[in-house]
Write a protein that binds this ligand. Sequence first.
Ligand code: PEP
Length: 258
Amino acid sequence: MIGRGLSNGKEMRLLIAGNWKMNGLAASLEEVRALLRGLEGRPAGVEVVVCPPATLVAKVAAEVQGKIGVGGQDCHPKPSGAYTGDVSAEMLRDAGASWTIVGHSERRQYHGETDDLVRSKAEAAWRAGLGVIICIGEIEAERLAGKEEAVVDRQLANSVPDGAATAKTAIAYEPVWAIGTGRTPTNDDIAKMHRHIRKVLVARFGKAGQGIEILYGGSVNPKNAKEILAQPEVGGALVGGASLKAADFLTIVAAAPA
Ligand code: PEP
């Protein structure tokens, strides 16, 4: 079984989630079928989730029949109402999702999402019965100024609700400068930040803070996945571009440490 021993004696599964962003049409279901074929007989210790655009959540959920997870990429804090163009967590759940991403840097950057809004979206996800992947991470100028831990501390304090101690939650550490750029922090820098995040989660949530998966995201690909997933406190990955092709995504899933 692939998994991480926790101090409470339980095993934590690695979570590998694919974020398709604004990519994918009905024809992309062929990639989902290829993914399912490639995952047949895989060890049970890796939880695989695909987060297609909202238009495809129901189709992907119907295709995968619970064999892997399906997630949204965002949700509105309210369950319903006059919010043209938005999708609620309840709607994602109704369409067959079991997870949603919130606070992705592209939402923070292009839609002006604040930590407070991200926190309310995470609470909405739990209200609807979804697990939530809360994204955090510094921009390049903040890293160059040596402020990456301070930024992450602020985002953890303000984007992660108190309910994370008990509700299904993963934190995705995604340095913004690594997303879609082909650049990644060094393995040591990834390990350092993940240790730091674990320390902050344990300081706030006690033992429950040990059970929250900390995913790495930012230019994970079939070549670097093995090294990244082997770093201490890396509990999985949030994968953008390399999740669009089943063959690449399968190689990343197969790179999970045994
Ligand atoms: C992402 O969108 O969350 C992401 C990590 O993208 P990429 O893997 O393409 O850098």
